[in-house]
Design a protein around this ligand. Structure first.
Ligand SMILES: C[S@@+](CC[C@H](N)C(=O)[O-])C[C@H]1O[C@@H](n2cnc3c(N)ncnc32)[C@H](O)[C@@H]1O
Length: 312
């Protein structure tokens, strides 16, 4: 983005910068270079992306160009757009993110729809108790809280994470979306909440739903992940060592105790371990019998992405 030779007289309008940046980011391997350019420019100009369309011919102030140039340099090195702009959309809500938490993914929205569909089919008589285990940015807990509010179902949610830094992000999102009355963020190892944080925070047989997008990447798969994921997203959010199944196995065991009779466990996994997750559910037992209604849900790409089971 520097004027040289015959280009000297042509102004660096927003449109020209977007076109130049699109080509540049494409060369550096972005799979969505135009979108990246627009999101980054809107962030630098402190406006909505849609506002750019009415301002294509504007020659923006040098300060905006300088911010944009810096963002583009970082993006070209692989830094995810969501971390650069500090937010990511999930289920049509905007979530604050930083490199202490995973960037929410679209696939995870299946957990929301599967949970809300079940609540709607069987409206609760008393406030629902829902745990979001491995909450990260808090996107699952906050979205469920907002959906329950919208539908008029009272709900108490617990959002748990092992990482204090991730939990800080979850707390910010709980405030941002004004659900602090219904969502409590707690540090814990899966459903084992820090002793003393809240005595008896999650008693046995107490949860209507246990939702989770846990770490599920094996050591081997981790090495094959996109470099920008490995370089920027927290390893603790991704890897369950060594096979990818260790955390899910513990989650299934703990959920068997913490769910009420009739309560649902809904969790995400990699399609590569979908059959193993299914087998774990089929082989393990809850205190009230074998898991019931075991199901695999496919994502929009047709890959088995979410497992569901009910405590009988
Ligand atoms: C895949 S991320 C999911 C984040 C968020 N729920 C989402 O869907 O975007 C997994 C999260 O689990 C947390 N985590 C890892 N091991 C954990 C454990 N043993 N107990 C609780 N949280 C854990 C990580 O810190 C990370 O925030």
């Amino acid at each position: 983005m520097s004027d040289t030779g015959s280009e000297q007289t042509e102004a660096w309008t927003i449109l020209r910068m977007l076109q130049w940046t699109t080509d540049h980011l494409k060369k550096y391997g972005s799979s969505s270079p135009r979108l990246d350019a627009e999101v980054l420019f809107a962030h630098a100009r402190n406006c909505q992306r849609i506002d750019l369309y009415a301002a294509f011919n504007e020659d923006p102030p040098e300060a905006v160009k300088a911010i944009f140039r810096d963002l583009v340099k970082r993006r070209a090195k692989g830094e995810p757009v969501a971390y650069l702009v500090g937010k990511k959309e999930f289920f049509s809500l905007s979530f604050l993110v930083n490199n202490a938490c995973l960037i929410p993914r679209n696939e995870t929205e299946h957990i929301i729809t599967e949970c809300i569909d079940r609540i709607k089919k069987n409206p609760p008589q008393s406030p629902l108790r829902i745990a979001d285990v491995c909450t990260g940015s808090g996107c699952i807990a906050v979205t469920i809280a907002k959906e329950c509010q919208r539908l008029g179902f009272p709900a108490e949610l617990i959002a748990i994470d092992l990482s204090t830094q991730a939990l800080e992000v979850a707390k910010q999102n709980i405030q941002l979306h004004n659900v602090q009355n219904s969502v409590k963020a707690l540090q814990g190892d899966l459903l084992d909440v820090t002793p003393g944080a809240t005595p008896e925070a999650i008693p046995e047989n107490s949860c209507d739903f246990i939702l989770s997008n846990p770490p599920y990447i094996s050591d081997e798969e981790y090495l094959k992940l996109d470099k920008s994921v490995r370089d920027y997203e927290p390893k603790i959010a991704l890897v369950s060592s060594p096979s990818g199944l260790e955390i899910i196995r513990r989650l299934i065991d703990q959920a068997a105790a913490k769910l009420k009779t009739g309560g649902w466990l809904i969790f995400e996994h990699s399609p590569m371990i979908a059959q193993e997750c299914n087998s774990l559910l089929l082989q393990s037992k809850t205190p009230t019998g074998p898991w019931a209604d075991i199901r695999l849900v496919k994502d929009l790409a047709g890959l088995a992405r979410v497992s569901i089971a009910r405590k009988p």
